[in-house]
Write a protein that binds this ligand. Structure first.
Ligand code: GLV
Length: 296
């Protein structure tokens, strides 16, 4: 709000933490700038435009779609660089056995181990949007061969050795050491990484930085215990915060992070909103209108 007040002092603002937005606020404002639908809101009041400050707009499309008379835009901020660092950190942590080394050091145990290089391994990128492409570029620079799957199977980004339509997923997972999900939550992505797909993996590490709904979470312990998966690094979950009762908290080959792989910045959120606002003020359609049929 401070940054917006500075950049556009001619506008009026009200701000609240997400859970504190009231129906009265939504009757007051023309525009709602935020990541998720406020919990207290059964209706968006007089809001005519929602600018989503996150990459994923699922909260605005399901289970109830935002009224079609309300404009829905999303942030242009690029989350790829941060998510790529999140992914690279975890890939090296698994490959170098950082967890086991930390355990051994805590016990004062000298525990030599083989360390295979990340260079020369293969990653399957599931999702080849802005985030998937940035992760792919960083991994390719480390000598990882990159195969992609996407909704269309079309992506000519140079980091990818090949890109296939998503229907090829079950045939490709067995060839990859790393499977990186950077998918939005849509009817097409829900449950995509199913138990049947896990069963076709041959010891890959699964990394999920998209949405928890893409993965059959209940099947993960079995996939890990049978070594279909060597490990999992999960930033997103079907229910967040991850419930205490989830076995994923305690599985020795699961790395949990609390939905922090690609955080919205104040600059990104405010600049993105102002870019869309400027387009509207000039009578143009903003470049960042959500395609509600695609779901992103
Ligand atoms: C975070 O999950 C986002 O969609 O930006």
């Amino acid at each position: 709000m401070a940054r917006l007040r500075h950049l556009r002092p001619d506008l009026e603002y009200r701000g609240a933490k997400f859970a504190g937005v009231t129906p009265a606020d939504l009757l007051w404002g023309d525009v709602y700038v935020g990541f998720r639908r406020p919990p207290a809101a059964s209706s968006m009041g007089n809001v005519r435009w929602v600018h989503c400050t996150g990459a994923g707009v699922d909260s605005w499309l399901s289970p109830v779609e935002l009224d079609r008379n309300i404009l829905l835009t999303r942030t242009p901020e690029s989350f790829g660089p941060a998510i790529a660092e999140w992914a690279v950190t975890r890939i090296f942590a698994f490959q170098q056995g950082l967890g086991e080394l930390a355990d051994a050091q805590r016990d004062g145990r000298w525990a030599p181990r083989d360390i295979a290089q990340v260079a020369g391994t293969r990653a399957l990128m599931v999702g080849t949007g802005d985030i998937g492409r940035t992760v792919a570029s960083r991994l390719a620079a480390l000598g990882v061969e990159i195969i992609g799957v996407s909704r269309t199977g079309n992506c000519d980004h140079p980091a990818f050795a090949a890109v296939h339509p998503v229907s090829a997923l079950p045939d490709l997972v067995g060839e990859a050491q790393w499977i990186v999900l950077t998918l939005p939550d849509t009817p097409q992505t829900r449950g995509l990484f199913s138990r049947a797909v896990m069963q076709k993996c041959r010891g890959a590490v699964l990394l999920n930085a998209g949405r928890g709904s893409a993965v059959d979470e209940a099947a993960l312990p079995e996939a890990l215990d049978n070594w279909w998966l060597r490990g999992a690094a999960l930033d997103v979950f079907q229910v967040e915060p991850l419930p205490d009762s989830s076995p994923l908290w305690r599985h020795p080959r699961v790395m949990v992070s609390p939905h922090i792989s690609g955080l919205t910045t104040i600059e990104g959120a405010t600049d993105g909103f102002l870019e869309c606002l400027t387009s509207l003020e000039q009578g143009q359609v903003p470049s960042w209108v959500v395609d509600r049929t695609r779901g992103y």
